[in-house]
Ligand binder design. Structure first.
Ligand code: CUA
Length: 145
């Protein structure tokens, strides 16, 4: 192995390590919560908002052609929310851009993530996976007061 090859191998190892650690740093500094896929033995078929206490909520979303159920939810500022998403028909997206929430609603499965809403406002939910003719009107809203 000549000197140039050794240099290229060393450089590629260093670059890989830098990229790997920058992902770890970005993940912790943005507090990114990677969505998990829950084995769905008992899939729910209707959306609901469950208040565990004043600032702890579980929101169960059903994404279907072409709406989110529930369409609109109001929660208090500072709420920690477990978001559950499923679909009875085709694959949909579940995106809350300002909270860095990016999940898929997959038939036969439940996707879950946890988010804290620490600022008041309206948080639009959009479907970001093409799901048919009226994909573009598929929206919901979380209102934080
Ligand atoms: Cu649902 Cu696009």
């Amino acid at each position: 192995m000549d000197k140039f090859e050794k240099g290229i191998i060393a450089a590629s190892i260093v670059i890989s390590m830098v990229l790997f650690f920058s992902v770890l740093v970005a993940r912790s500094s943005y507090k990114a919560d990677v969505p998990e896929c829950i084995p769905a033995d008992n899939i729910y078929t209707e959306g609901k908002a469950v208040m565990l206490d004043k600032n702890t909520w579980q929101l169960y979303y059903v994404a279907r052609m072409w709406l989110f159920d529930p369409a609109e939810v109001e929660i208090p500022v500072g709420s920690e929310v477990d978001l559950y998403v499923t679909s009875p028909d085709v694959v949909h997206g579940f995106n809350i851009a300002s909270k860095n929430v990016n999940m898929m609603a997959v038939p036969g499965a439940i996707t879950k993530t946890t988010v804290t809403f620490d600022k008041p406002g309206e948080y639009p939910i959009t479907c970001h996976e093409y799901c048919g003719m009226f994909h573009q009107i598929m929206q919901g809203k979380i209102i934080v007061r």
